[in-house]
Ligand binder design. Structure first.
Ligand code: AQP
Length: 342
């Protein structure tokens, strides 16, 4: 894990969130949820449901409600300590948008148009016709910058795909600090050495995403375990039939090895050695059992979270939103003052 945050006596602050778009995937789990759990004792954690971000894609009102709830239950099921981490819904803390507007006015159109995610999810999905691209998709990295800067986050867990957005956050913060005097902390990316980018099982050239069109390439956290098993056994590999880590020449098997590493904490070298004389089927079977074991525990705890959601978890979300509102109000006031609004 890479983390260049400078140590202080106080616990550093970490902030992360997931958009409630569709069902959560193994990519979300290994790339962000599991790392939050690992790091929750090292950092003061703010973990949120990025529901305002979900509006940048097509969404269904009823699904949005369910997806939001599912993310909170997933945090619980994965082992986040709800007494230590501040878990909240982004839209319950109104000022995120206030500061986002100020940041937007300090960002250029060119900066936003060159964001890879905007090109991938916005332009290329709409034949480069901006008439069909939602403006929110263009501006959401700035809302993300506001999310991070409002809480003085020192560190943000990001998959490699989000690194560019964090660089933008740092650029905007530096620009504003230089122009008006220090108001923002510069966040560092924390990128997990493995599982930073879990790839689609059938097309290892694309990221495993909630919105991928073919569900057979995606492991959803809610998939029945026999389906998970089958998806792994049917994952695309190659004709070498040699368990070897080479992302360029053998992207499929390399992706499976990364998943193995992320779940077992065994190194790539040890795994490659262990399966040196085995065919892909043996390796896949072991991996499928490993993933199923992990998801079985997760799914059991997820059911428990659903059962206690209304009585125990919901009140906590309300309480946390109040805590966050106070923090954010203070920061918004500072920003307004510094730039001459107050
Ligand atoms: N395949 C992945 N591998 C590693 N990390 C991943 N993340 C998502 N997919 C992978 C990480 O999960 C966090 C939350 O993601 P998000 O839902 O806020 O945004 P996203 O990256 O756009 O996720 P998806 O699954 O690709 O959603 P859709 O399809 O709705 O756009 C982030 O830290 C992300 O890096």
């Amino acid at each position: 894990m890479k983390n260049t945050f400078t140590k202080t006596n106080k616990k550093p602050i970490m902030l992360s969130g997931i958009q409630p778009t569709n069902n959560l995937t193994l990519g979300n789990y290994l790339g962000s949820i599991k790392p939050y759990v690992k790091l929750q004792n090292k950092y003061k954690m703010y973990v949120f449901v990025a529901d305002l971000h979900a509006l940048t894609n097509k969404f269904d009102k009823n699904n949005l409600v369910n997806n939001k709830r599912n993310i909170v239950c997933a945090y619980y099921a994965a082992g986040l300590d709800f007494n230590k981490c501040i878990i909240f819904n982004q839209s319950d803390v109104i000022s995120h948008n206030d500061v986002s507007h100020v940041l937007l006015c300090h960002t250029t159109l060119g900066e936003l148009e060159r964001m890879t995610q905007f090109k991938d999810k916005g332009l290329s999905k709409n034949d480069n016709n901006t008439f069909y691209v939602r403006t929110g998709l263009l501006t959401y990295p700035v809302l993300m910058a506001a999310d991070i800067l409002l809480y003085d986050a020192n560190a943000v867990i990001v998959g490699t795909d989000q690194k560019q957005h964090l660089e933008l956050t740092r650029n905007i913060a530096t620009r504003m600090n230089n122009k008006y005097g220090k108001m923002f902390v510069l966040p560092e990316p924390v990128i997990m050495a493995h599982s930073a980018r879990v790839m689609d099982l059938l097309d290892p050239s694309i990221k495993m995403s909630k919105s991928n069109t073919n569900p057979k390439g995606v492991i959803y956290l809610s998939d029945p375990l026999n389906v998970v098993y089958k998806k792994i056994m049917q994952a695309k590999t190659d004709s070498f039939n040699k368990v070897n880590y080479d992302v360029k020449k053998q992207p499929g098997i390399s992706n499976l090895i990364e998943i193995y590493v992320a779940i077992s904490n065994i190194s790539i070298e040890t795994i490659v050695k262990k399966y040196a004389n085995q065919n892909y089927a043996v390796f896949k079977k072991d991996l499928a059992n490993l993933v199923c074991k992990e998801l079985k525990t997760f799914q059991t705890k997820f059911k428990k979270a659903e059962a206690i959601f209304d009585k125990q978890i919901k009140p906590l979300l309300v309480k946390n939103a109040k805590i966050c509102t106070q923090i954010v109000r203070k920061k918004t006031s500072l920003v307004y003052k510094k730039i001459g609004l107050q």
